[in-house]
Ligand binder design. Sequence first.
Ligand code: DX5
Ligand code: ZN
Length: 221
Amino acid sequence: MDAHIHPSILSADFANFERDFKSIETADAIHIDVMDGHFVPNLTFGLPMVRRMREITELPIDVHLMIENVDTLAVDYAKAGAESVTFHLEASSEPVALAQRIRAAGAKAAVAIKPGTQVDEIINHLDSFDMVLVMTVEPGFGGQKFMADMLGKVTQIADRIATDGLAVRLQIDGGVDLENVATAAAAGADTFVAGSCVFNSEDRNDTIAALRNLAQSNLRH
Ligand code: DX5
Ligand code: ZN
């Protein structure tokens, strides 16, 4: 398994996405946080912006939907050319069926859980997803403090992925930095979203490489 680093453009300059995408060209994917002001108390952008982003970068697009009505809205992000579409378990009434529809539309399907959501709600359905996202902050804003107590959930999911021999990636998102990425990898995460840590650094590609090296040398699998 290779450790993947996905910079979150929530910390990019919203008036200069094209320039900022070029500044993270060594990333494994771009993480795009779609927020609707209802599921989370913040509003970013939606489908027309994601379609335009698809045109201005070659990097894979990892869409993180923090919106309500995902059962209706998520598939359009797959059709817009996202490599993966992550929706929140808390926002879907049919997560397994929705994952199938996202896959049928040509994207990888991922499910996210907020800090207050326990793993038992998804642990028996891991094989329905290509990736699981364990939030390590309350979703809504960049630059928050990493919740290290979420790593217990990461290990529970990683254990089941290993036991069942599943090809499911395990992503964490929120507060990831050079101080905690190794611990998170050792706990079982293999895909790391990093917003402020990457975008606020002097050399963004150097920071991506440093995060990737630290994660890779501590990966559990
Ligand atoms: C939070 C978002 C994250 C956020 C991460 O709701 O889902 O992707 O941008 O930013 P940092 O790395 O600054 O916590
Ligand atoms: Zn995110």
